[in-house]
Design a protein around this ligand. Structure first.
Ligand code: SF4
Ligand code: MG
Length: 340
């Protein structure tokens, strides 16, 4: 029985502007050729700078937007082919938690109403059932039952994010996508929420896709990490291996630029220099080449394929992960590019 979720060559281009002159409408290449899998009860992190396509991947998975091409399979079934009621069932299994609980929680509803609402979209609850469900969910996320009557504005940032998580849990999902879910919180509150998530994963067997620009957070929670740059995955590796020995120069630069909580840990010496190029007109060849200290001539000409390394990670870099060529064609990581 394969992975819970499998993403194959997912691509999303947005036309830019109204395009009165039908032809040559510039497109934003938000996500290109992204492939990965997520097993039941595991955490896959997606990291990268803002604008790298992380949130677009999340929205594609939730089917809030349609892909330009590529497939999303849940338990081996392509969600593009699902009928309306099947899609509803799929939505039930997959929930999302956003960065800003201010904008994602209805300010006019009490905490109890907020967390039972998703269930009530599917079934009618008696007063008693609703109360029991709310009490159970609050308890799961470590909130006191008194919170039930409060409005979101009467809660702290950490409490509001616990509430968002309780709401996501209400339908007993197989997978929760967390998009910068702790980024707005203080560091100490962040750690509490991350620990809560890991406890919930153990108790309930939920898988997470954890999207963040913050490597410190990712190192804390991730089992596998996909690094995105300008719409593409450039490295996908087990968390420990990635932090111990980043292979892609961009991963290395990201880790070097991140604040190091442990000052005894060696810092790498490659700053992330230069601007993030535009996804409207990405650089030729390897999109990282204008910022890459290792760039060679070939990097400007040819897009590096994702190559499977001896230790099981996949990396797209001509210098650090040279591809094997057969008849002039690179041997790509293929299905194994879904990750270690
Ligand atoms: Fe740098 Fe070239 Fe590797 Fe891209 S392919 S990361 S430019 S060395
Ligand atoms: Mg985002």
């Amino acid at each position: 029985s394969g992975p819970l979720l499998k993403v194959e060559n997912l691509t999303k281009y947005y036309p830019l502007g109204a395009g009165i002159l039908k032809k040559r409408i510039p497109v934003v290449r938000a996500v290109e050729d992204v492939s990965f899998y997520v097993e039941a009860a595991e955490t896959l992190c997606i990291v990268g700078e803002s604008g790298c396509g992380k949130s677009t991947v999340a929205r594609l998975l939730m089917r809030l937007i349609e892909p330009t091409s590529g497939r999303v399979l849940i338990d081996g079934t392509d969600i593009a082919g699902l009928k309306k009621h099947e899609l509803r069932a799929w939505r039930r299994r997959m929930q999302m938690v956003f960065q800003d609980p201010y904008s994602s929680l209805n300010p006019r509803l009490t905490a109890g109403q907020i967390i039972t609402e998703p269930v009530e979209n599917f079934e009618r609850l008696s007063r008693k059932q609703r109360h029991a469900l709310a009490a159970d969910l609050l308890q799961k996320v470590g909130l006191a039952p008194e919170i039930m009557q409060r409005l979101p504005t009467e809660l702290s940032g950490g409490q509001r994010q616990r509430l968002s998580i309780a709401r996501a849990l209400s339908l007993n999902p197989s997978l929760i996508i967390l998009d910068e879910a702790v980024s707005a919180l203080d560091v100490s509150v962040q750690a509490q929420i991350l620990n809560l998530l890991m406890d919930l994963q153990q108790q309930m067997g939920i898988a997470f896709i954890f999207i963040s620009h913050d490597l410190g957070v990712v190192e804390h929670i991730g089992r596998r990490v996909a690094v995105m740059y300008l719409g593409r995955i450039v490295e996908l590796a087990p968390c420990e291996a990635l932090f111990a020995k980043p292979v892609h120069p961009y991963t290395e630069a990201l880790i070097a630029a991140a604040p190091v909580p442990d000052p005894t840990r060696a810092r790498l010496d490659v700053p992330v220099e230069g601007e993030v190029p535009s996804p409207i007109n990405p650089p030729s060849g390897c999109a990282f080449h204008p910022r890459c200290p290792l760039a060679v001539e070939r990097c400007r000409m040819e897009m590096p394929p994702l190559v499977l390394m001896a230790d099981g990670r996949v990396v797209a870099c001509h210098v650090r992960a040279p591809a094997t060529y057969i008849s002039g064609q690179p041997v790509e990581a293929g299905d194994q590019s879904l990750g270690p």
